[in-house]
Design a protein around this ligand. Structure first.
Ligand code: S3P
Length: 456
């Protein structure tokens, strides 16, 4: 599906965004490996999260109709013995999944390969969980995921004692789990997926596992472990965990701040005031707001609650008089790894050149996002270039044009947002990619007042 974005107009009102993808993956894994029942409210029906649910359904002994149905059709209503998935369509954003866990030792060998689809987080986190499971299991993914690096997770898990075979460093990967021993791991590349995998493996290893982070990444695994009473300690950039088995838990998944970022940028570019409610306010996810502030976007956050260690609340966009150019330093990239495309879309409307320095990690995301961002901005009538590890975006605005999302959700949404302030109409091809993390993205923008017309 394609959309035509008619520039102009302002947005107004308040909205929620689908549940946080990173948190959902982790809570699903924790629910499926808990001893006892868990109740998760507000899981997003995004394709990536469904991939994790589908893999977990293949790893649990008793039938898990709730996980199966959530994986296949996130707006169905099913009641199963022990596990229920209750998601009437009108309440999809607050849907409830109940999972009966039998502990980590209750996991069984799947009868076929586990399909992770487009989701790198599913594959890497599950590799960490399966590293301690006493069976062989193959993890596969789509074409995009099969091109992404997997040695970064295989190397530390092997060091802990698991046998991991990759396909030339990529998926499919075969994990044969077993007895693990804790390690001290200092990743060369800051990545929350690999940190999460090592911490999940560390929760089943003998001795202490330590991850040393020179540059901080999102800390959802640590927060969930802490909330579940695990022996996890954090000090001076080091995270230590020892073996534990948790019990079931309840939580309402906070809205995804990375999805909110698109709406905040849309409000800024149209000179609007909007509020995003029920959104996750974990500081390790909000550095993009600091960068937006440097660009002239005024926002305010209010924490209203806490869910399984995660602060939740509201982000209000107060206004933006003029978008200023920004220089994003190398040590900031890990903290805005998912928001670079939307920040670049904002930068295309700044008064002068913006720089994103040493952002090569974006080249191994769902697509080469450095190349795709620069090329997309040019296709929409702006000026940008990816040079080595850097991205430079010339300000001055977009004049309009046509761009292809290339199957990458964040590119589809970033281009749509950038187009809202173009001086001519823009066509975004392949907008359905947004469903990977933000189902309902187009409808949400429209409900706030954006003029988006679907076309085929
Ligand atoms: C994620 C971590 C990030 C991010 C991805 C989700 C996670 O990747 O890009 O969308 O849930 O751990 P890395 O930190 O591994 O680069």
């Amino acid at each position: 599906m394609d959309i035509i974005v008619a520039p102009g107009g302002t947005l107004h009102g308040s909205t929620a965004v689908p549940g946080d993808k990173s948190i959902s993956h982790r809570w699903l894994v924790l629910a499926a490996t808990a001893e006892g029942s868990s109740r998760l409210v507000g899981l997003p029906p995004s394709l990536d999260v469904r991939s994790t649910a589908a893999c977990l359904a293949g790893l649990t002994g008793k039938p898990r109709p709730s996980l199966d149905v959530f994986a296949r059709n996130a707006v169905s209503f099913v009641e199963g013995a022990g596990s229920t998935w209750n998601a009437p369509e009108e309440q999809a954003s607050r849907s409830t999944l109940e999972v009966e866990g039998e502990g980590r030792s209750g996991l069984i060998a799947p009868t076929s390969a586990l399909e992770c689809g487009n989701s790198g987080t599913s594959m890497r986190l599950l590799a960490g969980v399966l590293a301690a499971a006493p069976f062989r299991c193959v993890l596969t993914g789509d074409t995009s995921l099969s091109g992404r690096p997997m040695d970064r997770v295989a190397v530390p898990l092997r060091e802990m004692g698991a046998s991991i075979d990759t396909t030339d460093g990529h998926a499919p990967i075969t994990v044969t789990g077993g007895d693990l021993a804790g390690i001290r791991f200092a990743p060369e590349i800051p990545t929350a997926q690999v940190k999460g995998a090592v911490l999940f493996a560390g929760a089943a290893a003998t001795g202490r596992t330590t991850v040393v982070e020179v540059v901080a990444t999102r800390d959802h695994t640590e927060r969930a472990f802490e909330a579940l009473g695990a022996p996890v300690h954090r000090l001076d950039g080091e995270i230590h965990v020892s073996s534990f088995q948790h019990e079931g838990f309840e939580g309402v998944v906070p809205g995804d701040p990375s999805s909110a970022a698109f709406l905040i940028a849309a409000a800024a570019l149209t000179g609007s005031q909007v509020a995003i409610t029920g959104v996750g306010l974990n500081p390790s996810r909000l550095h993009f707001l600091d960068i937006m502030q440097r660009m002239g976007v005024r926002t305010v956050q209010t924490v209203t609650g806490l869910q399984v260690g995660e602060p939740v609340g509201t982000i209000e966009v107060l206004g933006c008089d003029e978008i200023r150019a920004v220089r994003v330093e190398p040590n900031e990239i890990a903290l805005i790894i998912d928001e670079v495309p939307v920040l670049a879309a904002l930068a295309a409307h700044a008064t002068s050149d913006s720089w994103f320095l040493e952002a090569a990690e974006l080249r191994v995301k769902e697509s080469d996002r450095l190349r795709a961002t620069a090329a997309g901005i040019r296709s929409l009538g702006g000026h940008a270039a990816d040079e080595g590890s850097d991205l430079v975006v010339a300000g001055g605005g977009l004049s309009g044009g046509r761009v292809e999302a290339g199957g990458d959700h964040r590119m589809a949404m970033a281009f749509t947002v950038g187009a809202l302030a173009a001086s001519g109409p823009c066509r975004i091809d392949g907008i359905e990619a947004a469903d990977v993390s933000f189902p309902g993205f187009v409808q949400t923008l429209r409900a706030l007042g954006a003029a988006l017309e679907e076309t085929s």
